[in-house]
Design a protein around this ligand. Sequence first.
Ligand SMILES: [Zn+2]
Length: 304
Amino acid sequence: MSSPLSLTILGCHSASPKANAHPTSQVLELRGHIFLIDCGEGTQVRLRKSKVKFSRIKHIFISHLHGDHIFGLVGLISTFGMMKRTEKLHVYGPKGIKELILTQLKITASFTTYPIEFIELSNDESEVVFEDEKVRVSTIPLEHRIYANGYLFQEVNPPRKLNLPLLEDLGVDKVYYGKLQKGSDVEHENKLIKSDDVCFVESPKSYAFCSDTVYRPQIVPLIKDVFLLYHEATFLETEADLCQKTKHSTALQAATIANAANAKHLILGHFSARYNDLTMFVSEAKQVFENVELAETLKRFYFE
Ligand SMILES: [Zn+2]
């Protein structure tokens, strides 16, 4: 097994917030990291509800500078200050995000007690924006009314796991398990037990966030074989004519991307307020991709 991946939806609707429809934001947990993705209005309230510890958020990824993806960010940054945060915050987003946030902080006489590093993006090609020994994050260039990127989060160096049934069959003493897992071979009853024979590594988990965008097949090679894909589905095919004008996608188009990319799971989101019943999004997507679910505020998708 690779490490668990969990995705908590804090908001998954387009346009203005409503009583039960919140703009885009989500929390990804992967290999001990907590990544906040987009920060629409009211994100911090739903972060509280989801019980995510604010101090664990060190990296915030913003897709584009439309209000339904950014209007909650200055509030959250200000709250971090009131909590007397000292740890550095990394904010990734389109060029202009630094000026946008710093101007709001300055004019509202807000202060931060901690450093913020802005990683401003303007590239039209995919680029790696974060990497450590466990996770790599790269951009997925999208096509929207303004400059926009999705993000691909990939587990790297997935941990070695012990094949426990095999070790028990071989009668290997548990005192050797730690060594074997770390890659060392051990001697057991005059027999050499090779670490590679009793350990395995499952395929790394990955998550692609693609919102907001018009149908864009160029995404497919960037997210090939992705484990979990979140793709915007603002409209149904009955409103497909609105997609080119507004640069959004339909549920069928999102599913077509998932199918072409050979994704394992698809989550649809960024629903237009015009739809009261979202079940049609599932049936439309299932025409081309079976393993599809709808995003829902405060729903947590968990994968072992
Ligand atoms: Zn949007």
